[in-house]
Design a protein around this ligand. Structure first.
Ligand SMILES: Nc1ncnc2c1ncn2[C@@H]1O[C@H](COP(=O)(O)OP(=O)(O)O)[C@@H](O)[C@H]1O
Ligand SMILES: [Mg+2]
Length: 417
């Protein structure tokens, strides 16, 4: 089955991945707990059963001792009242013909109930006891023999169901956890979709309104009385500018169409990509802030495997954030590309001299929805991080920030290494 990839698809894949991992962990946990618990309880049951058997043997000895001693009567009664009656496990004594003659601790049957239906039931229970534990003969003198059979105490019977109870409880917890996790995942996905759609609408808006402006220029040129040659020249620049906007529109549409498809990584010239982004924003500076300067310092770097559409979007987002953070009269933004010290990665630094990010905010800036802006969506850095780290196997960090200096750093692996 082909794996679907896109910014959002990747996000869901990521979550599917996480949730499978999560479920596997849970399952392993449940299995481990159940096995441990069952093992422990079985050990306990076994120990109790051995203890019971020891006890029963003692009872049988005592019983015989009392029964065969010359003083019989009262002592037998004492043993029966004080020891046998106080035993916690069920006992049935059968006569020589294997008919139940006395019994204790048989749940639901009183010791003095002798109706035929009870006798029948007792016979069945006695058979079960025999199957499970055998029987002890009780010799009275040389001729008269009774048989004592016993079963598991109520405690043991309760213990036997404990592993199932435990597994049930753990399973219930697991179901609650999984359902909760899926709900979080769904709502976060929805959130990202909405953010992405809004982001795109916003990106379409800028070149569209610019195009409208140029159309107006054309309209007024046609009406005004400039001479034909001059008009031709103005129209040419206007058309060039319109071309830029249309290209921009195409690019945004293209990016958006990547949602639901599988964007490829190709060896790219990162410097050229950075140049594109910088040129785009430099052109916008007259609107954003006349005193802002954007510098580009391109280092000597090898090609990097990138998806140009998505990575261009990453750079633009970071530059846009920087633009929004700096002063319109004295803002400085610089983008630097360089080979990392290990020579196996390239690094891009986006530095601005804006208002900076507080330590508290720095912990949250990559979270979906975190924004300090009145009209922000808080989706920019979330998507930037996902595109860089999940799709390009790179890393993005806020390297340092204080008023006057904020540095974002992206690290990407060099192609073919
Ligand atoms: N260069 C920067 N300088 C100062 N703050 C920044 C910078 N980049 C990001 N931030 C902070 O991170 C927050 C989140 O950024 P982002 O995810 O792009 O969302 P948005 O731009 O919609 O607020 C911003 O609201 C801002 O507080
Ligand atoms: Mg932003």
């Amino acid at each position: 089955m082909a794996r679907k990839w896109d910014i959002l698809g990747r996000v869901s894949d990521l979550y599917v991945g996480k949730s499978t991992l999560f479920k596997t962990f849970l399952l392993a946990g449940v299995a481990a707990i159940s096995i441990l618990f069952s093992w422990y309880t079985l050990g306990l049951i076994n120990k109790l059963q051995v203890d019971t058997r020891d006890q029963v043997e003692k009872y049988v000895q005592l019983w015989q001792l009392a029964a065969n001693s010359p003083t019989s009567g009262g002592e037998l009664q004492f043993i029966f009242d004080e020891i046998i009656v106080k035993a916690r496990f069920p006992i049935i004594v059968l006569d020589g013909d294997k008919k139940p003659v006395s019994w204790r601790n048989i749940s639901g049957i009183a010791p003095d109930d002798t109706t035929t239906s009870v006798k029948e039931r007792l016979r069945e229970i006695a058979q079960e006891m025999y199957d499970q534990n055998g029987e002890f003969p009780l010799y009275f003198g040389d001729t008269y023999v009774n048989f004592l059979r016993y079963g598991d105490s109520q405690l043991i019977n309760q213990l036997k169901v404990m592993p199932f109870v435990a597994i049930g409880i753990v399973l219930a917890f697991m179901i609650v956890a999984i359902v909760g996790f899926q709900n979080i995942r769904r709502s976060e996905e929805r959130y990202i979709w909405v953010g992405m759609a809004k982001e795109t609408a916003h990106q379409l808006g800028t070149p569209l309104s610019s195009l409208m402006g140029w159309l107006e220029v054309i309209g007024s040129e046609n009406r005004s009385g400039v001479d034909a040659a001059n008009q031709q020249e103005i129209s040419d620049t206007t058309i060039d500018n319109m071309k830029v906007d249309v290209e921009r529109l195409l690019r945004v549409t293209n990016r958006f169409s990547q949602i639901g498809s599988i964007p490829e990584l190709k060896e790219c010239d990162l410097n050229a990509l950075a140049e594109d982004a910088v040129v785009y924003y430099r052109r916008r500076l007259p609107f954003e802030g006349k005193g802002i300067r954007i510098d580009l310092n391109t280092g000597d770097i090898p090609p990097v495997r990138l998806n140009a559409e998505l990575f261009g979007w990453v750079l633009e987002n970071l530059i846009k954030n920087a633009l929004q953070a700096v002063d319109a009269r004295s803002g400085r933004i610089s983008i630097t590309t360089k080979l990392a010290v290990d020579k196996r990665h390239v690094q891009i630094e986006i530095v601005d001299n804006g208002n900076g990010i507080s330590t508290v905010a720095a912990r949250k800036i990559f979270r979906p929805g975190f924004t300090t802006k009145k009209r922000g969506w808080g989706m920019g850095l979330t998507l930037v991080k996902r595109i860089v780290e999940e799709y390009h196997v790179g890393r993005i960090v806020l390297d340092r920030s204080q008023p006057g200096e904020t540095v974002f750093e992206i690290t990407l692996p060099v192609a073919g290494r």
